[in-house]
Design a protein around this ligand. Structure first.
Ligand SMILES: NC(=O)c1ccc[n+]([C@@H]2O[C@H](COP(=O)([O-])OP(=O)(O)OC[C@H]3O[C@@H](n4cnc5c(N)ncnc54)[C@H](OP(=O)(O)O)[C@@H]3O)[C@@H](O)[C@H]2O)c1
Length: 305
């Protein structure tokens, strides 16, 4: 039925939203560390990542028309590093090349740049080069901040606003960010899978730009929080986040992520704009009532099996 699409994490946040839109018109496969967590059951066949023996992933790629790659790590933790994620992506691209995959749709990030001093962005830049040099047709999509069911950052801002009397913003909070609804992002990815944005690197965003301060205020209002919003230097706020991380058993936010946010890495000039605005998304059916009810842990999701 239709083309065969292999998606990294087809039950994950972005991969899941893409799968939702394609499930009735394509054969979807998933590459994942959690083959048992397959919310599409028999409709999506799951294959495990095997980076020790990449050739064992050949079966996942056999007969695939388009490979949608979002494989990456949020921060270095234990043996999982950005450098390793680059090496692993090289293995995935080699499998796609060997299988004769027609196109790679790659999920990168706004302002990916090999010259950046922030490893998240420099290694994303290195991966983009691997994709461009692969000889396979490609589209690279660069979202800044994707929001929707299953996202971590906005959910956890809401969690802290709901559960703490005070919420600390790094510095003035006037740095800009470009939230984009996950379904709108998935729709752009689906267009790219269908052949749009051939050989292009495309920054993508929602319809409007936000300052971080205004995003926090909007989330606070949406979830009915009465937390006091205060401003503190990033180093001070990071100490608070470290303590929260100890209680929650997670890395809430890294100092590099704070640098990325405050230096406006989550903002791009002239992105392709799609979907509903952040305020509209927050006002959507059931969104605010569910947001931040429980903490979403990156370590539980990805680093603890
Ligand atoms: N979420 C955002 O706001 C946002 C913004 C800009 C760019 N991006 C980019 O979008 C892509 C997808 O993001 P997402 O939030 O949808 O991610 P995700 O579904 O949680 O992860 C995408 C894939 O990477 C794998 N993965 C992630 N962390 C891993 C780890 N520590 N160890 C092993 N495998 C790991 C996942 O494995 P499993 O299938 O086993 O879960 C999944 O197959 C990423 O490349 C990210 O950099 C996201």
């Amino acid at each position: 039925m239709g083309p065969t699409i292999l998606i990294t994490g087809a039950s994950g946040f972005i991969g899941g939203a893409i799968t939702d839109q394609l499930i009735d018109r394509a054969t979807i496969r998933s590459l994942t560390s959690h083959p048992h967590k397959n919310r599409f059951a028999a409709r999506v066949r799951s294959f495990p990542y095997d980076f020790d023996q990449p050739a064992r992933m050949a079966e996942a790629f056999r007969g695939v028309d388009v490979f949608v790659n979002s494989y990456y790590v949020r921060f270095n933790y234990g043996d999982e590093t950005f450098e390793l994620a680059v090496d692993r992506t090289r293995d995935l691209i080699a499998q796609a090349q060997a299988a004769g995959v027609r196109k790679i749709v790659h999920v990168s990030v706004s302002n990916a740049d090999e010259r950046s001093d922030l490893p998240y962005y420099s290694n994303k830049g290195r991966i983009e080069r691997l994709v461009r040099d692969s000889g396979v047709d490609y589209t690279i999509l660069r979202p800044a901040l994707v929001v929707g069911r299953g996202d971590i950052l906005v959910n956890n801002i809401a969690f802290f606003l709901r559960h703490l009397p005070v919420f600390t913003i790094f510095g003035r909070g006037d740095y800009r960010a470009q939230p984009m609804d996950v379904d709108a992002f998935a729709a752009v990815a689906v267009d790219a899978i269908g052949g749009d944005h051939h050989g292009q690197t495309v920054p993508v965003a929602g319809p409007d730009d936000w300052t971080f301060r205004d995003m926090v205020r909007a989330i606070r209002a949406a979830v009915g929080s009465r937390a006091l919003i205060v401003h503190a230097p990033a180093v001070v706020a990071l100490v608070g986040l470290k303590v929260a991380g100890l209680f929650l058993g997670d890395v809430v936010l890294t100092s590099d992520e704070v640098k990325g946010l405050t230096r406006e890495y989550l903002y791009a000039e002239q992105p392709l704009r799609r979907g509903a605005g952040f305020a509209e998304w927050l006002a959507g059916d059931g969104v605010a009532s569910a947001l931040g009810r429980r903490y979403e842990s990156e370590l539980a999701r990805h680093f603890r099996q």
